[in-house]
Design a protein around this ligand. Structure first.
Ligand SMILES: C[S@@+](CC[C@H](N)C(=O)[O-])C[C@H]1O[C@@H](n2cnc3c(N)ncnc32)[C@H](O)[C@@H]1O
Length: 211
């Protein structure tokens, strides 16, 4: 069982927010996506950000490998999705939202390639050893001109064992600069606010544009 299955099993989902994330609502419009654009949400959990994107007119495709998270997402909004069994897992569909209950690294959604994506607590949820694979899979699932919003978290690595795993600016550059232009939209020092005992801690929001 993965640490994520265990966390969902034990309801240790402190990352889940009870409303749409301000990093999304404050910045999404700056990406300039048409409301008809389908948005990929990797490692989506049962995030309410997906509802916010739908309210903006988008169709959303989430990918999440824990069944409980996917089931709760639909239960919480009282919607009965259609289930389709596939090689990689199960596809849950309603009109404007599809969630693939599957490993992000294995799945090839019918809706791909996407020209838009939103990563909050996705890349930083993965151990550093999977980061290159994450970027490769993201490139596989997106169009050559795709644009996404990514929220990251940084702190001195020796002070905490993730998730969330610290992701420094240098690491963002190393991972994405060969394939994407990188623009930072927000930097927030969270050192005072964070309950974790970290000597330094910050959140950044980036726009990544494939090139
Ligand atoms: C930190 S949570 C963030 C969830 C969501 N993005 C949010 O903002 O609430 C990370 C999620 O990724 C899921 N996950 C981790 N590894 C995954 C993988 N390889 N494929 C699909 N989902 C994965 C976990 O089960 C967990 O729900």
């Amino acid at each position: 069982m993965s640490i994520w299955h265990q966390r969902w099993d034990e309801n240790r989902i402190g990352f889940h927010r009870s409303e749409a994330n301000p990093t999304l609502t404050d910045h999404w419009a700056k990406l300039g996506h048409e409301s008809s654009t389908d948005v990929l949400v990797p490692l989506c959990g049962k995030s309410l950000d997906m509802h916010w994107l739908i309210e903006q007119g988008h169709c959303v495709t989430g990918i999440e490998f824990v069944e409980k998270a996917v089931v709760q997402f639909f239960q919480d909004c009282s919607v009965a999705p259609i289930l389709e069994s596939r090689n990689e897992g199960t596809k849950y569909s309603t009109g404007d939202i599809k969630i693939y209950q599957a490993d992000f690294f294995q799945v090839q959604p019918d809706e791909s390639p996407f020209s838009a994506w939103y990563d909050r607590a996705a890349l930083v949820a993965l151990p550093p050893s999977l980061r290159t694979q994450y970027v490769d899979q993201l490139r596989k699932l997106t169009t050559p001109d795709a644009k996404g919003l990514m929220v990251t978290f940084d702190y001195p690595k020796e002070e905490m064992q993730g998730p969330p795993f610290a992701l420094s600016d240098d690491e963002v550059k190393e991972l994405f600069a060969p394939y994407f232009t990188i623009e930072r939209l927000q930097f927030t020092d969270l050192t005072e606010e964070e309950e974790r005992d970290l000597s330094r801690c910050s959140l950044s929001v980036f726009v990544l544009t494939r090139r």
